[in-house]
Design a protein around this ligand. Sequence first.
Ligand SMILES: Cc1cc2nc3c(=O)[nH]c(=O)nc-3n(C[C@H](O)[C@H](O)[C@H](O)COP(=O)(O)OP(=O)(O)OC[C@H]3O[C@@H](n4cnc5c(N)ncnc54)[C@H](O)[C@@H]3O)c2cc1C
Length: 642
Amino acid sequence: MIGKLDGKIPPGPLEQKWRNHKNNSRLVSPNNRRKFEIIIVGSGLAGGSAAATLGELGYRVKCFCYQDSPRRAHSIAAQGGINAAKNYQNDGDSVFRLFYDTIKGGDFRSREANVYRLAEVSNLIIDQCTEQGVPFAREYGGLLANRSFGGAQVSRTFYARGQTGQQLLLGAYQALCRQIALGTVKMFPQTEMLDLVLVDGHAKGIITRNLCTGEINAFAGDAVVLATGGYGNVFFLSTNARGCNVTATYRAYKRGALFGNPCFTQIHPTCIPVTGQHQSKLTLMSESLRNDGRVWVPQRAEDCSKPPNDIPDADRDYYLERKYPSFGNLAPRDIASRAAKEVCDEGRGVGPSGRGVYLDFADAISRLGEDTIRERYGNLFDIYQKISAEDAYKMPMRIYPAVHYTMGGLWVDYNLMSNIPGLHVIGEANFSDHGANRLGASALMQGLADGYFVLPYTLPNYLAGQIGKRPSTDHAEFKRVESEVRERVKKLLEVNGDRTLTLFHRELGLLLWDKCGMTRNAAGLREALGKIPELRGEFWKKVRVPGEGESYNQSLERAGRIADFLEFAELLCIDALERDESCGGHFREEHQTPDGEAQRDDENFAAVFGWEFQGNGKVERPKLHREPLHFEAVHLSQRSYK
Ligand SMILES: Cc1cc2nc3c(=O)[nH]c(=O)nc-3n(C[C@H](O)[C@H](O)[C@H](O)COP(=O)(O)OP(=O)(O)OC[C@H]3O[C@@H](n4cnc5c(N)ncnc54)[C@H](O)[C@@H]3O)c2cc1C
């Protein structure tokens, strides 16, 4: 029975909460740390940094990932940068301002205390990564450079060209490798967690499948940390790496962990537009480009087919600069995405599909020179050229919004522990500090904050009472869950139908994009909720999963993940329907201000929604638990970037 949801926010003034909490947290003494085995699932920025840090502290860590190397986690794709409140630019930034921008950017749907801690810790991350040798861009004089991202009027984003995630991951990976060599961390690549094991209500282990041999194994630990990333691929097309999925968090949900705000999805405004049915993923053009690129569409629909360079300035609508003069092209992602949809809905979209807007660098090139633009964004322009066969130095890029990030995830308290004792969740996998809309360059900040600087302090609060309580994998619960996993794998292989996995995934994704994408309404969500169980039923009757269970079988891997998406999509739509307000990326058409912005309902919905599994589908709807959000330091207001 889950009682009242307690975020365990420490008492005291906002700016002292984290310090006080650390001072009052329990400790595990150095000679006891080696007695604990910590299971970490995921070795991206969140999991990799946590594994390296806990290993360095002396814990024994087992770290799992499904790629062949931690180096290939999805975090490597991050392009634009990482925020921190260093105020190196002397442009008025501060911890409070980063905190405030993040809370406001998330449309006041995140916890004040968590977000303040994130802003505080941000500065330590930059120091840590610089010490590791991460090659952040530097000014002429040698100081670290910054650029701006959406939703901020200061320059606080640290970057390494358009490869920030890769460079940060190399830093974390080096630290991880050191621990692997020292024997504190044991790495299990190409190993997928397929279930969570609870013993006496505590998370004490996982069941995995070795992706090379198909072997199913059980691992016991004193605590389990999920750092398994986001689930944007439920929409089929997204900017996420192809492997990103919901399996680990969803299966933990089915074992009793609450899923927080599953409908909060981020749709990024600057992606290369969809070109046809052949695509299996979409490509991001980093938000950093909006520092120098100007977004526009023709004023008149009849000009849309003209070459962009033939359209004079007077006939262009720089709609973000027009609608949001204070933030202009750096309006936050949710707002910039909806604005792009709006002009395309009006028939002013460009490109073959009519679903595109221009991102134009002509002004910046004439002001700063092509070399400067190449130095700042060269690799992004190259990616664009390879995909579109167009030279963005000569003509504007075409971009359109696409699914990019998920603010929803497993519910956690201030200690990053879920409602299941021992189960901790970090990085994009938790319901996170970003409320209903994440600001650009804040995901890397959160993942590394969680892994390097928060979990190592909060985990001992759980571990300190757990000495000697690690069960053996001979325990009956391990046997029971393991046999359920085997049964599910067998069932997937036995369907032996004639429809491909891609057909099911694409159909689900299109349905979600249509009914629960950039905008949502009650009728559409009800329609989706009718169709998802039907599609799921079809899947279990008609899907074809070739190959066997006891070998390398990528179809089987995908089948398990798509089966989970087919259940999870329903939860996502239930959440979107229940949240009868608009906020951030969750735009319910029924609730908009007269000028078409998201209209929150603070009286009824200033809360985190935590969903408890009760059974799939119409048989038993998940049960809703609410954690009310209290704001002391910020004043709730209609978000404005005008
Ligand atoms: C194209 C792109 C660009 C981005 N650019 C930026 C940016 O510039 N700045 C920014 O702040 N954010 C950016 N983001 C967001 C950011 O990259 C991610 O939110 C962040 O990297 C997530 O890190 P993570 O460690 O939580 O998860 P991930 O990096 O996704 O790692 C997940 C890990 O979990 C493992 N895993 C998952 N499921 C299982 C399982 N069942 N069993 C075993 N292992 C499992 C994977 O193998 C992997 O190791 C970008 C995102 C995209 C898509």
